[in-house]
Design a protein around this ligand. Sequence first.
Ligand code: NAP
Ligand code: ZN
Length: 342
Amino acid sequence: MPSAPTTATTIKGLAAHAAGAELLPFKYDPGPLDDYQVEIKISHCGICHSDLHLISNDWGISEFPFIPGHEVVGTVASIGARVTNLTVGRRVGLGWQSGSCGDCEWCSRGMENLCPKAEATCVHRNGGYADRVRGNAHFVIPIPEALESANAAPLLCAGITVYNPLRNHGVNPSSRVGVIGIGGLGHLALQFARAFGAEVTAFSTSTSKEAEALELGAHHFVNSRESKALSAVAGKFDLIISTINADQDWATYINALRPTGTLCFVGVPPSPVSFAAFPLIAGLRTVAGSPIGSPFRLHEMLDVAARHGIKAQIETFPMAKANEAIQKVKKNAVRYRAVLEN
Ligand code: NAP
Ligand code: ZN
C-alpha cells in the first residue's frame, strides 16, 4: 500500500542562533510546498565539517537562526504538483545542493553544481538536523536498496565531493592517488580511489588511524606531521585530494606530484593558499578545486557505492544530541562520520 502524503505545517529541528552558538530547539513554518519540491521525512543526517564552518560563520554566508545539515536520508513525505520522478514513501537522499536555475549553460550541461544560482540545503534556509526538510525534486536522489540509510547519509555530501574529482581527473588502475586528511571525506576517498583501481596513499596527522586507513583501501600511510616521510614521496602522485580544513605547507604536496599531476582542494583551509609557480611550470602540474557533484553524478556515485560495498564508517547519535556530536567532530575524535538519527 503506498503511504498517504503528509505535508508539514511546522518543521522542528535544532538551529544555530548566532555564530558559534550551541544549537537550540527551533520550529518553522515551511509554507506551501512548491510544485517542484519534495518534502522528506528525515531518518538520518550526517554532520559534515561544512556544517561546523556554517555554524561558526567561517565563510560569512550564514544567516541566523538556521538549522544545519545537508547529508540527509529519509522517505518522501509529500511531493509538489509537478513532481513526476518520485513517489511518496520512497527512500531518498538530499545533499548540499537543493536547487538550481535549471536553464543556464551549466544546468543544461548536467553540471548543476556549477550553476550560479545554485541553492544550498542549509544556507539561507533550514537543513537536515530536523524532522523534515525540502528540496527540488531533481536534487532528491533515490537510495539504492543495498545501502543502509545511516551509512548512506554521508555519501550525499562527503561521498560525492571525493567521488567527483576522482572521475573528473580520470583516475584508473594506473593512477597513484593521495588523500590528505582521513576524516568524513577522506575515509570515503580511500574507498572510492581503491575501487577505481588506483594505488592509494593516506596522509594523516593521526597515527592511530593507520590500521583503519589500510583496511579502508589505502596501500600506504604517511604521517603528515613528519617532514621526512613527506619528502620521501616527492614526485609520486597523479592526483592528491586535500580534504582538510587546516593550513599546510602546500609546496610539499605540489612536490609530491608527478609531472602532469594535480593537487585538488575539496577541504577548505582557513588561509589563502600560497606556493611557488616554478614546480607547476616545470612539471606541468595543476592546482585545482572541486565542489560537490551534479545530480547525475550523485546517482552514479550511489550506484558505485552499492555495487562495490562502499559505505561510511559512522558513529550514530540521537538527533537531540547534535551538540555533543558536533563537539566530538571538532576534536577530530569521530571515526569517521557522526550521523544523527531520528
Ligand atoms: P572532518 O570529518 O572533520 O575531517 C577533516 C580531517 O582533516 C580530520 O579528520 C583530520 O584528518 C584532518 N585535520 C583536521 N585538523 C587538521 C590539522 N590541524 N592539520 C592537518 N589535518 C587536520 O571534516 P570533513 O567533513 O571531511 O570536511 C573536510 C573539509 O571539506 C571541510 O573544510 C569541509 O567544509 C570541506 N567540504 C568541502 C566540500 C566541497 O564541495 N568541496 C564538501 C564537503 C566538505 P587526520 O586525522 O587524518 O589528519
Ligand atoms: Zn558537506
